[in-house]
Design a protein around this ligand. Structure first.
Ligand code: FAD
Length: 506
């Protein structure tokens, strides 16, 4: 049985962040993920690195401040996967202009020297020059401000590769099924290797539960006599369209939806992403399905701001995730529940990190390991991640290839030559067949879904094209993984079922 200093359960933003924090402080660290990295919420975000302008309305000043500070480190340490992005808020009433003039002023003031770009106020004519497809009726002007945008699934892989490069061990498709107790303290985990069916056990000084919306499931295992209710799941759905429907370099902020939320229309690759909703769910699930009412609500809201009517038939893909929020008995509305994070310790010493958001993953990780050090479970150490560049950082985000693979681009070119394969996986998708082989060899891609939903963005960019590439991707993978025809057929079928949720009915 292998022994570690730290075992991290969960391979989303939180778990991979904690793993990188732990290994860079010199602790022997193991990370276990039940499915694939990002299979949970972390691959389904709106892809914003932000303080969260809308939380100002809840007077969540410290949360916004923390987000703005972390935005700075996020962009600094992963410049190949995160960039500055301009946002534009159109005004249709004078009170909106006053409200956002004050709000944006405060937002920049809270960012202090870490603010991004300049606030600019535009007239109606200037606004329409920037966004020609915006509904001009009753428009009085707009404001432009700066925030951040990133690539969530590739960020997970950058964290994974950083962790491995530093000597960490990460295993996907390894589910923690139970805990090992020693003198009434958790001293390790029982694990099921879901692909081979083998059972394994690992011990550690500290076990950290970073399982997002499934946090309570593990807490209940650790303390079977208590029914834990620490996490509250709120579902958010995004719609993806061709960029021709709303062509802009700025991200459009729709400031006041009928349920008092902000909706974003973001340029993303050659598409636009519209999101997100915020709907409370009773039972969290790893693979949520967009409710028809959520899709209707977003189309309806979007159409109030666009000249052209956008319908379901324009949708290229739908993706949906559930936020793991810290349960707050004072607030019933999900939008009002704070995005703050909390560290909890069960009586047996299981440390859980809950809540937060992608932008502050590093801070959450630092706080978690600090907690274990303060409790003397780990020897003293100092965090170095504020100034720790992530794997692949040498490249700029504008160049897809370099951004994603850093200097490993040479390996992909080598694979192309070695396999004599210079073709794409699909005529409408920007991914090479050699990339699939690379992802199997170097990025732990084990299923067709891993490749098409999380190593590439195929499922998100164009659900139909992703479905049509499944067979070819399965064949490429089978050759690498030494699998037979039956595996290919099974993988294609599994992927078909998975993709059903990415295409809206009707
Ligand atoms: C719709 C939506 C939009 C969002 N947009 C943004 C945004 O733009 N910017 C931002 O900063 N934040 C955003 N967020 C918030 C952010 O995405 C989440 O806070 C974050 O991804 C949560 O990460 P996590 O690692 O805690 O959870 P997850 O990503 O869900 O990871 C938990 C992992 O634990 C694994 N696991 C569970 N049980 C076990 C077990 N027994 N053994 C091993 N592994 C297990 C799961 O398989 C899963 O992969 C958004 C959230 C949603 C829902």
């Amino acid at each position: 049985m292998s022994h570690y200093d730290v075992i991290v359960i969960g391979g989303g933003a939180t778990g991979l962040g904690v793993a990188v924090e732990s290994i860079t402080r010199g602790y022997r660290t193991l990370l276990l993920e039940a499915h694939d990295y990002g299979k949970g919420t972390s691959s389904k975000s709106t892809k914003l690195v932000h303080g969260g302008i809308r939380y100002l309305a809840n007077f969540d000043i410290s949360l916004v401040k923390e987000g703005l500070e972390e935005r700075f480190y996020f962009l600094k340490n992963a410049p190949h996967l995160a960039k500055k992005q301009s946002f534009i808020i159109p005004f249709y009433h004078w009170f909106e202009k006053i409200k956002y003039t004050i709000g944006l002023g405060l937002y920049d003031a809270l960012a202090k020297d870490k603010k991004i770009g300049k606030r600019i106020f535009l007239s109606k004519a200037e606004t329409l020059l920037q966004l020609p497809q915006l509904n001009a009726k009753n428009l009085i002007g707009s404001a432009i401000y700066g925030d951040g945008q990133f690539d969530d699934t590739r960020m997970l892989i950058a964290l994974l590769r950083t962790f491995e490069q530093q000597g960490g061990v990460a295993l996907n498709y390894h589910s923690v099924t139970d805990f090992i107790d020693q003198d009434h303290r958790i001293a390790g985990v029982q694990v099921l290797d879901r692909l081979s069916g083998k059972s394994l056990a690992f011990t550690a000084k500290v076990v950290i539960n970073a399982t997002g919306t499934l946090t309570d499931t593990l807490l209940n295992k650790a303390e079977p006599h208590v029914q834990h209710q620490t996490v509250f799941a709120a579902q958010g759905t995004h719609l993806v369209f061709d960029q021709s429907l709303f062509n802009a370099t700025h991200c459009l902020v729709i400031p006041a939806t009928s349920d008092d939320r902000i909706l974003f229309v973001l340029p993303w690759r050659d598409k636009i992403i519209v999101g997100t909703t915020d709907v409370a769910v009773d039972q969290p699930t790893i693979e949520p399905i967009a409710q028809s009412a959520e899709i209707d609500f977003m189309l309806e809201t979007l159409n109030r701001y666009t000249e052209q009517t956008i319908t379901r038939s324009h949708i290229k893909s739908v993706f949906c995730g559930q936020r793991p929020l810290v349960r707050d008995p004072k607030h019933q509305t999900t939008g009002k529940i704070s995005r703050k994070h909390e560290i909890l310790e069960s009586r047996q010493g299981l440390i859980s990190i809950v809540g937060g958001k992608w932008t502050i993953y590093r801070r959450m990780a630092e706080d978690t390991i600090d907690y274990a050090v303060q409790k003397k479970y780990l020897s003293p150490s100092r965090s170095v991640t504020r100034d720790f560049k992530l794997w692949g950082h040498g490249a700029l985000m504008t160049d897809h290839w370099l951004a994603v693979y850093g200097s490993d681009i040479d390996i992909i070119l080598q694979i192309q030559r070695e396999t004599n394969n210079f073709a794409y996986i699909h005529k409408d998708l920007p991914y090479l067949q050699a990339e699939v082989i690379y992802q199997v060899r170097y990025e732990q891609a084990k299923t067709v879904e891993d490749v098409l939903a999380r190593r590439t963005h195929a499922a998100l960019l164009d659900a139909k094209a992703a479905q049509q590439s499944a067979w070819l991707v399965a064949q490429l993978m089978a050759k690498e993984l030494n699998k037979h025809e039956a595996w290919i057929a099974e993988e294609v079928q599994k992927f078909e079922r998975f993709m059903a949720n990415f295409l809206p009915k009707g």
